[in-house]
Design a protein around this ligand. Structure first.
Ligand SMILES: C[S@@+](CC[C@H](N)C(=O)[O-])C[C@H]1O[C@@H](n2cnc3c(N)ncnc32)[C@H](O)[C@@H]1O
Ligand SMILES: [Zn+2]
Length: 273
């Protein structure tokens, strides 16, 4: 039995190989790539949210070049501290699965047998993720209506995806662990300097989150040498600035042949109260 639940009635879903079926016979086909669409239109919101194909491809190209490898390693190391054989792990807002598959590989290297799931609202993203990583079950769904049984997960990872504390606390077991990463104050500072007339440093918010005890913070800072304008554009399209940038800034971005900039993150760990 998986920890996935029926988005219609909330019953447990059973994987029959070609589909997931609940006790009330609601059935959800597994796509050829391997993911299951558990997104009900009423949960998708008015517009189709989540990353589109271009954004997913840009993220994959950028991440697969290893630019964020130090962050990925820090998240893998943190995840290993809190898992044992039989643990259930969920990547909420998993995107195209870069961190999901890296964490999965870290468990494999350490001989820790886990059951791992990834959820993202973007069907394109979970399709990419499912093609990349066959030993993780991926579902298209919103983190605001996770199709995941209550108190079923030992570890939840969420990387730069929307935060839904109520849902994350609901699916975690008592004492379960949540790991997330946030940009810290100097993140992409040189990129911002190159583009904006008045760049601002990131404001780091207080760590406290309702329903969770904050148990760890690790700063992960490193220098990235972006070797061509494609990589610079890919990185920029992964940031929230992408949506807020005017024509002049866009032109400055396009004109950058290469760029050395800081990556500055914090990996935060929480325990469900
Ligand atoms: C910045 S990306 C991060 C993806 C991945 N975790 C990573 O770090 O590579 C944010 C992701 O959140 C997803 N997303 C946005 N709204 C969502 C929602 N309501 N539920 C689930 N995923 C959502 C997007 O489709 C996108 O894949
Ligand atoms: Zn059902």
């Amino acid at each position: 039995m998986s920890v996935l639940i029926c988005p219609v009635c909330g019953g447990m879903l059973e994987n029959t190989g070609k589909s997931y079926i609940c006790g009330k016979h609601h059935s959800f086909d597994i796509a050829r790539s391997g993911y299951v669409n558990l997104l009900l239109s009423k949960h998708a919101g008015k517009a189709v949210h989540g990353d589109n194909k271009l954004m997913v491809q840009a993220r994959r190209d950028f991440l697969d070049k290893g630019y964020y490898a130090p962050l990925c390693e820090a998240v893998c190391d943190e995840a290993l501290k809190y898992t044992k054989n039989g643990s259930v792990v969920l990547d909420a807002g998993c995107g195209e699965g870069y961190y999901t598959s890296a964490v999965r590989a870290a468990f494999d290297r350490s001989d820790i047998a886990v059951k791992m799931y990834g959820v993202d609202i973007s069907k394109v993203a979970v399709e990419y993720a499912a093609k990349r990583e066959k030993s993780v079950k991926f579902a298209a769904a919103s983190v605001f209506h996770l199709p995941v049984a209550s108190t079923s997960c030992d570890l939840l990872i969420t990387m730069f995806a929307p935060y839904c504390g109520e849902e994350y606390a609901r699916v975690l077991k008592s004492g379960g662990i949540m790991i997330m990463a946030i940009p810290s104050e100097n993140h992409l500072w040189e990129l911002k300097q190159a583009i904006y007339d008045t760049p601002y440093k990131n404001e780091v918010k207080p760590y406290e989150l309702d329903g969770f005890e904050h148990i760890g913070a690790q700063r992960v800072s490193f220098i990235m040498e972006l070797r061509d304008s494609t990589d610079i554009r890919s990185l920029f399209s992964m940031t929230p600035y992408y949506y807020k940038t005017g024509k002049t800034e866009q032109e400055r971005l396009e004109a950058l042949p290469e760029l050395t900039t800081q990556a500055d993150f914090e990996v935060l760990t929480y325990r469900k109260k």
